[in-house]
Ligand binder design. Structure first.
Ligand code: MCA
Length: 497
């Protein structure tokens, strides 16, 4: 496998006039336009003087234009670097400083304040996505054939950041081969064909909406029904036109709360797929009894793409994430790297063409997360049952998953601890019917401080993405600690659940 664009293109329908993307109002983008638009952007990048390996950072609302730009990056062997639109200035400054993009495409508000991010419009090229909002990236497009740049499967295609338990976020380098091999395995595992129509309501700055969802579509020459964001009422209106839906568990709990969800509205769907956060057995069972559908749960992470999936044909076991995908080795080991038997709980490790190529500019950190025989340590704990299905029982990394987005308590605690009036804090995840887990801060005030929940939340909202801001603040006199002085988060979780 060489350039991922060529792999995708092999899956495009023979008749390029077939639809790739359909809006709810029926308007279409064809595969021919996808080829043409991505080629025009690729020409534009070359006119700007970009060289293979240069980064293109993108922080804009969901739009098909972003897909053209992603494909243009692949064609030109540039590194695509998508960013969650929720990130605030200080978060963004870090990502841009670390990734050092040659092109940054952003929203109007950021474009107008670009100097406050320490960025200059030159030599970096800063663009808006939309015309009339500044200098639009659309102005770089140039017609004419574009020759796809030759590259190996080991070249980095995308850079996605994850926060860490300690320190700053790390850039995860995903190669052409990582993304392509995983998309091919998923297309097979989930039986995608040209007849499929995928309901696409996910954001496209994460592996889930970008590589998993679109990868299956490109490789099967099928099409997406496009929604700019998830809205349960809208989804239920267009579900009858679709055959597959992918989402985080929150999508399914929101659909379940909608009276229009029933056998009829879901009759055309061949499979509902869930990932990015644990799907509760209650959600699985309730969905089955309301619609007759068994949600297919799968498991992945940014570093590895998708690792396991419940089967299309065969038993979908609630509470499990299914069987390893074709071409991957999965093992459960103890802390001394001894292989554990079936049903024994241990560390989940994985090896395969899907596993990332290392952290951006952090070779030492990369080494820490791989075993001597090159298995990646996911940081999750689980066991494999007698049928080979994986169950995840916990995360050894102290992470919260809220509505499918990862939140690292350490990052939030550091910010809270720096606030005037705060002595110390512990950030935990508590069960939440909508988000799966919600971020909650347990805070010890400094002597005489009268800092309130509102003040704390309002201050944090200025500095960090909204999904990381605690939904609730609980004030206590002292954090519970064990004999070693470590905060006992399990005690806090038990007390406040
Ligand atoms: C938005 N808000 C949230 C979240 N999203 N709070 C906690 N957790 C969240 N996930 C807050 C906003 O800051 C805002 O707060 C308020 O909710 C309303 O914002 P809005 O954008 O309208 O929210 P929403 O439409 O209700 O969004 C919730 C959502 C969304 C639909 C669950 O977060 C979502 O689409 N999540 C999917 C994420 C995803 O694709 N994850 C894949 C990554 P305020 O009102 O206070 O300002 S993981 C991955 O890729 C791996 C590989 C995998 O396995 O898939």
């Amino acid at each position: 496998m060489g350039n991922l664009y060529l792999t995708y293109r092999e899956g495009f329908p023979q008749d390029l006039k077939s639809p790739f993307l359909e809006y709810p109002d029926g308007s279409l983008i064809t595969y021919e336009e996808l080829e043409e638009q991505s080629s025009q952007y690729a020409n534009g990048f070359s006119d700007l003087g970009l060289q293979p390996g240069d980064r293109v950072s993108v922080q804009v609302d969901k739009s098909p234009e972003v897909i053209f730009i992603y494909l243009a990056c692949l064609r030109s062997n540039l590194i695509f670097h998508p960013l969650n639109t929720a990130y605030k200035e200080s978060e963004l400054s870090f990502f841009l400083d670390d990734a050092k993009p040659s092109v940054f495409i952003c929203q109007k508000e950021i474009y107008e304040n670009i100097s406050s991010l320490g960025l200059k419009k030159e030599p970096q090229h800063v663009f808006t996505l939309l015309p009339l909002e500044g200098e639009s990236i659309q102005s770089i497009k140039r017609k004419g054939d574009h020759e796809i740049v030759d590259c190996s499967e080991e070249h980095t295609a995308a850079l996605l950041y994850s926060s860490g338990t300690t320190g700053k976020p790390k850039g995860i380098m995903l190669t052409h081969g990582n993304i392509g091999s995983n998309a091919l395995a998923l297309k097979e595992a989930w039986n995608f064909t040209q007849e499929d129509c995928l309901l696409h309501a996910l954001p496209i700055y994460h592996v889930h909406g970008l590589f998993v969802a679109l990868g299956c579509v490109f490789l099967s020459g099928s099409r997406v029904l496009w929604m700019n964001a998830f809205d349960a009422d809208e989804v239920l209106k267009i579900l009858p036109k679709c055959s597959v839906m992918m989402g985080v568990p929150t999508y399914y709990t929101r659909l379940l709360s909608n009276p229009k969800l029933n056998n009829d509205t879901t009759a055309n769907i061949r499979v509902f797929i869930s990932g990015s956060a644990p799907l509760l057995e209650d959600t699985f069972n309730e969905f089955r009894s309301k619609t007759g559908h068994y949600i297919l749960e799968r498991y992945g992470m940014t570093e590895t793409n998708i690792i396991c999936s419940n089967p299309i044909a065969g038993k979908r076991k609630p509470g499990t994430v299914g069987l390893p995908l074709e071409g991957q080795s999965l093992r459960i080991v103890d802390d001394s790297l001894n292989n554990l038997d079936k049903d024994e709980i241990g560390n989940i490790q994985v090896k395969g063409p899907n596993v990332f190529n290392g952290y951006w500019n952090l070779p030492e950190k990369t080494k820490e997360d791989f075993s001597s025989d090159n298995f990646f340590n996911t940081g999750d704990k689980g066991f494999i049952d007698q049928d080979g299905y994986l169950t995840i029982v916990g995360r050894s990394k102290d992470m919260i998953i809220s509505g499918g987005l990862n939140v690292y308590p350490k990052e939030i605690e550091s910010l809270i601890d720096d606030l005037d009036g705060v002595g110390e804090s512990a950030v935990i995840g508590l069960k939440d019917n909508d988000l799966g887990e919600k971020v909650v801060a347990v805070v010890v005030r400094q002597d005489k401080s009268e800092i309130t929940e509102d003040e704390l939340i309002t201050t944090l909202k200025q500095d960090i993405a909204g999904f990381k801001v605690p939904k609730q603040v609980i004030f206590i006199d002292e954090l519970p600690r064990n004999a070693m002085g470590k905060v006992q988060k399990n005690v806090l979780r038990d007390n406040y659940q």
